[in-house]
Design a protein around this ligand. Structure first.
Ligand SMILES: C[S@@+](CC[C@H](N)C(=O)[O-])C[C@H]1O[C@@H](n2cnc3c(N)ncnc32)[C@H](O)[C@@H]1O
Length: 264
């Protein structure tokens, strides 16, 4: 069997199914929009992402799964036109509020899902999809990216397929199979004759930054669902055993940064 015999598009779909992650509706993201809105105004992650981009010859940008504008807003002053595409109306409202606050007049929201018809979505010089790449059909998403970018595309995707330290999941007895990670993207691009650049961006755990156990427990509940009293007790023991580790929220996250030139 050679690599060419493997149907990576199908393997991705099967892997996603095995990972037992029900599709997230836009309403789930609506609920997170207010809390995420501040992250749009710069930070270590968006700086690291933007530092790795090449805007040479670019006038327009499409940010897919833009959220509150984490990537597209800091770039807007360097471009003529910026489009933020997201299926969550509350995220797009956050994008518009942030653009207004920053005095940016070249930012246009597009309410759309990865899975929708994109025939009226503008083709832009640069396309980015930052931390928004867990889609039902990755091959179809990559096809959309290549059709909607003229010069370059930039994605960040999970490394290892988990959002939180597996040790915490084990502690709760809630280990789930990992989600598919960036490796499928590399293989699906390779199949198209595209050989992307690969880099990594490390970010603090999404459970980081809690001095109080109650705050930590609510963050854990957002990731895993409601906690029983036994689970809370096990979590409290872990939290109190090592305050520095608790403050870090366990192991940090790693994102794969995948960048390629759009074939001419
Ligand atoms: C983790 S946030 C990332 C936001 C921003 N790109 C960043 O890196 O901070 C994921 C975003 O993707 C959007 N999203 C998730 N699934 C989507 C889908 N199927 N179609 C369109 N947007 C989606 C969510 O609404 C959310 O705004």
């Amino acid at each position: 069997m050679s690599l060419d015999d493997i149907d990576f598009a199908e393997r991705y779909r099967q892997h996603l199914q095995r990972s037992e992650r029900p599709p997230k509706p836009a309403s789930d993201w609506d609920k997170r929009a207010a809390a995420m809105s501040h992250s749009a105004l710069g930070g270590a992650y968006s700086d690291a992402f933007i530092r790795r981009m090449d805007l040479d010859g670019a006038r327009s940008l499409l940010d897919v799964g833009c959220g509150p504008g984490t990537i597209c807003l800091p770039l807007a002053p360097r471009l003529e036109r910026v489009y933020g595409l997201d299926y969550s109306p509350a995220m797009l409202a956050g994008l518009q509020d942030n653009a207004l606050r920053l005095g940016l007049e070249n930012v246009q929201p597009i309410q759309r899902a990865w899975e929708d018809d994109w025939s009226d979505v503008p083709v832009c010089d640069i396309l980015v999809a930052s931390r928004s790449g867990i889609v039902a059909d990755l091959d179809a998403a990559l096809e959309k990216i290549n059709r909607h970018a003229r010069l370059r595309a930039y994605l960040t995707q999970l490394v290892g397929g988990r959002f939180v330290d597996d040790e915490i999941a084990a502690l709760l007895g809630r280990q789930r199979p990992a989600l598919p990670d960036y490796i499928y993207t590399l293989n699906l691009l390779h199949r198209r004759g595209i050989h992307p650049r690969l880099d990594y961006i490390e970010t603090p755990s999404r459970l980081a930054g809690c001095n109080r156990f109650e705050d930590f427990a609510s963050k854990v509940a957002w990731s895993f669902g409601e906690l029983s009293s036994e689970e809370r007790a096990a979590l409290r023991d872990w939290f109190e055993a090592d305050p520095q580790r608790a403050l870090r929220g366990g192991a940090p996250m790693r994102w794969a940064f995948v960048a390629w030139e759009i074939p001419g």
